[in-house]
Design a protein around this ligand. Structure first.
Ligand code: ZN
Length: 88
């Protein structure tokens, strides 16, 4: 049986993501950040209060984000950055 962590509802809001990355640069994933499951480029970051950070690619991020949130993680979806060109 799952014990659902009742975080304040404002801890997971996709609409605030852009603002969050501007005020918290550490949330910005870089090309070198890799999915913890498959090693692809990471576009999801899941953070827990105990300091545990997990990185996931778009595929695994979408797959696991629901259960991660139930486990008390704050999931930041940065898949909007997938199509940003890398000029360097
Ligand atoms: Zn993956």
């Amino acid at each position: 049986m799952l014990s659902i962590n009742t975080q304040p509802s404002d801890t997971y809001t996709l609409d605030t993501l852009h603002d969050a990355t501007e005020t918290h640069p550490s949330l910005i994933l870089r090309q070198a950040d890799r999915c913890d499951r498959c090693g692809a480029q990471a576009f999801f970051i899941a953070k827990k209060n105990n300091g545990l950070d997990l990185l996931f690619c778009g595929h695994h991020g979408h797959k696991f984000s629901g259960s991660l949130i139930i486990q008390g993680f704050i999931v930041h979806d940065q898949t909007y950055r997938i199509n940003e060109s890398v000029s360097s």
